[in-house]
Design a protein around this ligand. Sequence first.
Ligand SMILES: Cc1cc2nc3c(=O)[nH]c(=O)nc-3n(C[C@H](O)[C@H](O)[C@H](O)COP(=O)(O)OP(=O)(O)OC[C@H]3O[C@@H](n4cnc5c(N)ncnc54)[C@H](O)[C@@H]3O)c2cc1C
Length: 337
Amino acid sequence: MQVLENISLKPYNTFGIDVKAKYFAVLHSDNEIAAFFSALTEERMPYLVLGGGSNVLFTKDFDGSVACIRSKGIVKLMEDENYVYLKIAAGEVWDDVVNYAVGNGLGGIENLSLIPGNAGTGPVQNIGAYGVELKDVLYSVEVADVIARHYRAFRPADCEFGYRKSIFKNQGKSRFVITSLCLKLDKHPVLKLDYGDIRKELEKAGIKDPTISAVRDVIIKIRSSKIPDPSIMGNAGSFFMNPVVSADEYARLIIEFPVMPSFKIGEDVKIPGAWLIEQCGFKGKRFGNAGVHKDQPLVLVNYGSATGVEILVLAEKIIDSVQEKFGIRLEKEVNIF
Ligand SMILES: Cc1cc2nc3c(=O)[nH]c(=O)nc-3n(C[C@H](O)[C@H](O)[C@H](O)COP(=O)(O)OP(=O)(O)OC[C@H]3O[C@@H](n4cnc5c(N)ncnc54)[C@H](O)[C@@H]3O)c2cc1C
């Protein structure tokens, strides 16, 4: 393991923000992760764990150590009549894992195709797309507890999962470093096709009896046409979460805004954040080097040389504007450092 000094993090975050880390190391194995964090806790230095950098916004130089997790390995732990249990090292690229699963006929994560970042970061915000969340297929998460200095495993029930939420994103944030996860994948997959344009695209392609591989292909096609590619335009996907309001709050809103779209979530109601932002006039707007994407208002973009502060100022402007017009406070999905 090589620890480097004063390294630019620009290549390590999909927003393409140019800040520096005082110390920086790429960790390729659990041994390197253990060595790195035991040295850190002895020195009491601030640290940051980084996967693919696709859900972070850096607003200043990081005056501590940044550890970039690149441990690799996909291992079949066990198998029964219906399921295969795969152990996946945290540093595997998530979409490589989806590709592996689909290639081996294992279902459950095909709808999560093309989500950027590491597999090990998946549990942090319980990644989700097209009607599936990671928690639906997660068997366990193995972590290094850098405060208690031991390894432990979490079962999904202990992870406090919610919509883009987990213990790892909230109170366990600086404590648990995810080293691997175990997925329980289905040998007889039940396809989830009733979300977004999946069925429409399958029909267009003339596919009547879809396989998990066909679903993956269609999702890749839909996502590639809708979401800006960070290698072309810096972004971190949805910057904000879709707000969830109570039934009472919804009743108030729908009287004032009768055309407001919504989805029922149990007793509560989810409002598309993109619609709220568009109604406030931000869709496609550019402010210096920062902007709101022209098709996806939830996505903030870096036009080339934006600073993290420029992006954050725009985010706060959007939050205030939505609050003023609708009385709804948007929450940031992206992790700010
Ligand atoms: C174009 C685009 C599309 C996206 N689409 C989706 C989508 O459809 N659904 C969705 O849910 N997300 C989406 N995202 C967000 C992002 O891809 C996910 O949140 C992803 O899981 C982040 O992984 P990462 O490795 O890049 O995390 P990073 O950005 O590196 O880290 C994110 C957070 O996790 C922490 N962290 C990283 N690794 C570990 C670890 N091993 N242990 C503990 N904490 C860790 C970091 O400290 C940080 O706080 C999208 C992003 C982009 C750029």
